[in-house]
Design a protein around this ligand. Structure first.
Ligand SMILES: Cc1cc2nc3c(=O)[nH]c(=O)nc-3n(C[C@H](O)[C@H](O)[C@H](O)COP(=O)(O)OP(=O)(O)OC[C@H]3O[C@@H](n4cnc5c(N)ncnc54)[C@H](O)[C@@H]3O)c2cc1C
Length: 513
């Protein structure tokens, strides 16, 4: 029987996994009915301390583990994220487009993108089908002071302070969800006869036994990598970025506006993220060390910081983080499952790391095997699903590069080389030349990136879908509905422009209240 889950690692992967499993399986642990959840964290290894942009899925995750949104907003220096703005990706001339979190109007029943194709000369895709681009331009919030916790006028995720987030999760998991927290550096794995992990030895000499071990040790990948030697699948030939320079930049004034989205600005050999929090901005340059020297990367980052009058002068020196882009070949091996960076990491272009942690922990929580035989089946399914997620993540991130028309550096030219593009993405692009992406393309119930997300990036980057006329005629019955939805969208946009508060104003109200 599954009596004890041992999670190794106290970064956001460890605590989110602990919270999700404990919220489902721990409540009666003290009466001997629930599952014991132990989280071990090394006092000697710092966690990453980055990872500050989330998806809207985080709202559900926090609600499910019983956290109040107001407490979260107050404790973690949070702002609302309504999507991402990509600047300079298409031609490198400062042009931009949005990938918002709200899908096009009528999504699920009608494919508005196919009807927008006729109007593309008059209006850009996002503004035709969704109010969120214009709201982001204006720095408006996705909700009002009257909107209940976790509800919205427009779909949103968060920008947050990663360090404070981990502290809040730890407090909540220990005090409210019965997770047992122990500081201790794991320095030995004790195997069982069947190859499972029987126990972990801490440097203090203490032994921690368990039935399932979750590897949340970040880049150390202590269990899945060092102990089990599960192969690592490098993605360096496809997604070249492997180094980040990170700065926590202060605002020039306390009431500086807070942007409603993450800004991702393309550079000569990478891109700069800009994540606005109420008290500072997290800014980082992620680039390919094969294409750009550290000095040049620092110069580009400095230029970005200097050009922004909203930032205080004289920012701290950047912190450097190196990583190998890629993921494990499998993620659940024997009685060990890897969640978070230990399972894999590629550049944070669409903030897909935290959402993958949420999805992985949710799967483990929903399918916590009750005996060892069931575990083998659950492991197989977990591996299938997670591999599928990684293919999607890699295809979707690479899409941003493949659609770019930039040729101004070797980096951008290399990104368009056929051998760097996965076959799965090449197939999809072939299809999208004559067919607008839609839900039925894959019939995949567990996809990470919806057809809506693909549409926003494709048409934001100026991709052309040439639909044959016979196919077009079959849409004509929907044409009236499509016209109405696009008119409704313009009306809704006007209303929201007048009714939504500024991000800063709403956050000041919540944080001060
Ligand atoms: C530059 C950069 C930007 C990012 N931006 C985003 C973003 O915007 N959005 C997003 O979703 N994700 C982002 N990520 C990813 C995100 O930071 C991670 O997914 C997230 O922080 C989870 O990390 P983790 O918990 O897996 O690892 P870590 O935070 O590294 O935690 C590892 C833990 O393991 C413990 N540990 C290690 N060895 C041992 C041992 N021997 N014994 C006991 N404990 C041990 C450590 O003490 C630590 O607590 C970014 C990552 C990088 C590198």
């Amino acid at each position: 029987m599954m009596q004890t889950v041992v999670i190794v690692g106290g970064g956001s992967a460890g605590w989110l996994t602990a919270g999700i499993i404990a919220a489902r399986h721990n409540p009666h642990h003290k009466d001997g009915q629930g599952t014991r959840v132990i989280l071990l964290e090394s006092p000697d290894v710092a966690n990453l301390g980055v990872g500050e942009g989330t998806w809207p899925t985080m709202r559900d995750t926090l609600r499910q583990i019983g956290l109040s949104e107001v407490e979260f907003l107050r404790c973690c220096d949070v702002s609302f994220k309504q999507g991402s703005q990509f600047i300079g990706w298409q031609k490198g001339e400062g042009e931009s487009y949005y990938h918002p979190f709200s899908p096009p109007g009528g999504y699920g029943s009608i494919n508005l993108a196919s009807h927008w194709l006729d109007r593309r000369a008059d209006i850009n895709f996002v503004d035709a089908v969704c109010p969120q681009g214009i709201l982001c331009d204006m720095g408006l919030a996705p909700k009002t002071p009257q909107t209940p916790e976790y509800a919205f006028s427009l779909n949103y995720g968060y920008h947050l302070n990663a360090g404070k987030f981990v502290e809040l999760l730890q407090r909540h998991c220990v005090e409210k969800l019965g997770v047992e927290y122990q500081l201790g550096h794991v320095d030995q794995v004790l195997p069982a006869e069947n190859g499972d992990i029987a126990a972990l030895c801490l440097s203090s000499g203490e032994k921690i036994c368990g039935d399932l071990f979750v590897d949340c040790t970040g880049f150390a990948a202590l269990l899945i990598g060092k102990h089990y030697q599960v192969p690592f699948v490098s993605q360096r030939d496809c997604l070249f970025n492997d180094t980040a320079l990170v700065v926590q930049a202060g605002y020039a004034s306390e009431d500086a506006p807070i942007a409603s989205c993450t800004k991702s600005t393309a550079q000569s050999s990478g891109w700069i993220w800009d994540i606005p929090l109420p008290t500072r901005r997290g800014i980082g340059h992620v680039f390919s060390s094969q294409h750009l020297s550290l000095e040049k990367a620092e110069e580009e980052l400095q230029r970005y910081l200097n050009a922004d009058s909203g930032l205080a002068k004289g920012q701290p020196s950047p912190r450097k983080i190196e990583f190998q882009p890629g993921h494990r070949d499998s993620f659940w091996h024997k009685n060990c499952v890897a969640v978070g960076v230990s399972a894999g990491f590629v550049e944070p272009l669409e903030a897909s790391a935290l959402v993958l942690i949420e999805k992985s922990a949710e799967f483990i929580g929903n399918n916590l095997p009750q005996d060892r035989a069931a575990m083998a089946v659950v492991a197989k399914r977990f591996n299938q699903i997670t591999r599928r997620y990684w293919i999607e993540i890699i295809d979707f991130l690479k899409l941003h590069y493949v659609l770019s028309e930039r040729t101004d550096s070797q980096y951008w030219r290399d990104h368009s080389q056929a051998q760097s593009i996965p076959n799965s993405l090449r197939d999809s692009l072939e299809l999208w030349r004559s067919q607008v992406p839609w839900i039925s393309d894959t019939n995949n119930r567990i996809e990470l990136f919806s057809a809506a997300s693909i549409q926003y990036v494709l048409y934001g980057m100026g991709f052309v879908t040439e639909v044959k006329s016979s196919r077009y005629r079959s849409w004509s019955k929907d044409a009236e509905l499509a016209g109405r939805l696009m008119r409704d969208n313009l009306g809704k946009t006007e209303i929201l422009m007048a009714s939504q508060p500024k991000n800063r104003d709403l956050l000041n109200l919540v944080r001060g209240g």
